[in-house]
Design a protein around this ligand. Sequence first.
Ligand SMILES: Nc1ncnc2c1ncn2[C@@H]1O[C@H](COP(=O)(O)OP(=O)(O)OP(=O)(O)O)[C@@H](O)[C@H]1O
Length: 264
Amino acid sequence: MTDGAGERNPTDEALLRTRGLTKRFGEFTAVDGVDLAIDRNEFRSIIGPNGAGKTTLFNLISGAMRPTEGSIHLAGTDITDFTPAERVGANLARSFQLTTVFNGLSVRENVRLAAQSARFDEMSAVKRLFSDPENLEGINRRTDTVVDQLGLSDVAEIQASDLSYGERRRLEVGLVLATDPEVVLLDEPTAGMGSDETAATMDLIEDVLAEKTVVLVEHNVDLVMRVSDRITTLNGGQVVATGTPEEVASDDRVQEAYLGGYTV
Ligand SMILES: Nc1ncnc2c1ncn2[C@@H]1O[C@H](COP(=O)(O)OP(=O)(O)OP(=O)(O)O)[C@@H](O)[C@H]1O
């Protein structure tokens, strides 16, 4: 267990590292000097009460927002000034909001587009797609694998607009998987789901993201306790504690800031 001063053993092997990450909105500091050291293959969750700064931290890591201060390194490369697209190119992908699912396209077509976008830079996409049958083959294979992993094979040819809410959220996770990133950022993947869909999504996350490094922002404490290797608790923009689910659940500061009596 560590305190707000930093991460346990911030080794050079950390795949994703933030140092002193800070975001101010005018006078208000939403994220305040956050140090994270996330190892390769680690499943790290970020929890905390409303307004703790989770979404802002997530946006800083994905590149949707620029920090006021501090740095982000991915596999030793300073990505602080990378655009979101450049971060995807560096093997970091975030879950997209529902709006990025193309309603008029089938499940398979949506996954295929995402797989395709990861393989080609924008300028040469069409040219390379048609000039290199091996690339086409690779994209088709990746698409089939992801549709299968998602458990969406039966609805692969159905238009995204006709999916249930839970199926759409699975497709959303699939769009991230299709780009085959090393680090996956997930923002509340079970938000708005009923208990059956939540359970199915938890299974999916455990299954298909086992090989990945994952950063998850999530309010569902059961999910977080089940899937995380380590959990970082934020409060007032600062790290209250980082530790295993057991360590976090038994930490008085975390109980006070967020869990309010939750036990594992
Ligand atoms: N663009 C912005 N301009 C001004 N203040 C902002 C902005 N975005 C977030 N904030 C403030 O920063 C604080 C942290 O917000 P953030 O959304 O990161 O918290 P959160 O932990 O994700 O909360 P929730 O669990 O409610 O989603 C909040 O007080 C919020 O009002």
